[in-house]
Ligand binder design. Structure first.
Ligand SMILES: C[S@@+](CC[C@H](N)C(=O)[O-])C[C@H]1O[C@@H](n2cnc3c(N)ncnc32)[C@H](O)[C@@H]1O
Length: 242
């Protein structure tokens, strides 16, 4: 889980174009079925997509991080936000669309966890439901060991520099990316240092598609570009693969 506060998370991704992504999603969803109306955003973070999606859909969300959900509630006041683990959750409602965006699916670290997560998503969909997954990287493109850095912030506001040392762990047939993040968070108060480690499963296209099918999705397809260049998987409930 991110140790960054919700405000720091938003600072890190201040230049991410959530408005554009929400519009691209809406475009794709209405092409699939213009009557889709209710959305569950799984691993919704601070609700930055929901803030825009809620103009077109009824949007609820789920995340492990209660502080992020507080921010999501502020962005989408009519949404119901649940603290929960995407690998094992049960809500009392079904949705037309289940989203899992910005590579959050990688927090299902192993294929067993991946199928469990996707099954949970399917179990929360109506009979015409659609799942949309924006994946994490594939093992083929994962470069490790390596060091990279990035930054985020707004002019005149707080800023964050993040350096990541990345490595690879192999657990049987699973490939797990391990990132040790080092943060420098700058604000009027000064500069603070913190660090945290994230572990995310790396899934090839074949492995992700087979997990979606094993979880009960049909019409599974992959778009190479997706919302941000990381690709997008789309699957449906209750139809046949063609
Ligand atoms: C990269 S952020 C993406 C957040 C949001 N979807 C966005 O686009 O900004 C990953 C999110 O996954 C959440 N997360 C990680 N593991 C999770 C789990 N097992 N169940 C639910 N949420 C999880 C984190 O708390 C974080 O909010």
């Amino acid at each position: 889980m991110f140790q960054l506060s919700a405000e720091q998370y938003d600072t890190l991704y201040a230049t991410k174009d959530y408005v554009r992504e929400a519009h691209l999603l809406r475009e794709r969803l209405s092409r699939l079925d213009p009557s889709l109306h209710t959305v569950l955003d799984v691993a919704c973070g601070t609700g930055a997509h929901d803030e825009h999606l809620c103009r077109f859909y009824e949007v609820d969300g789920l995340d492990l991080n209660p502080a992020f959900l507080e921010a999501a509630r502020r962005r989408n006041a009519s949404g119901r936000y649940h603290v929960g683990d995407m690998r094992d959750f049960r809500l009392d409602r079904l949705y037309d669309v289940a989203l899992c965006l910005f590579s959050s699916i990688g927090y299902a670290r192993t294929r067993v966890e991946l199928v469990r997560t996707l099954t949970c998503l399917r179990e929360h969909l109506t009979s015409r439901g659609v799942v949309v997954i924006e994946p994490w990287l594939t093992p083929e493109v994962w470069e490790a060991p390596s060091v990279r850095w990035d930054q985020g912030g707004r002019d005149g506001g707080d800023s964050i520099v993040r350096m990541a040392h990345s490595s690879l762990r192999e657990e049987g047939t699973d490939r797990v990316s391990v990132m040790e993040f080092h943060y420098l968070v700058g604000s009027r108060k000064g500069v603070e240092y913190s660090r945290e480690t994230h572990e995310m499963g790396l899934y090839s296209k074949r492995r992700m598609e087979s997990a979606l099918i094993e979880a009960g999705f049909t019409d599974v397809h992959h778009e190479a570009d997706g919302l941000t260049g990381r690709g997008l998987y789309v699957g449906r409930v209750g139809r046949t693969n063609s």
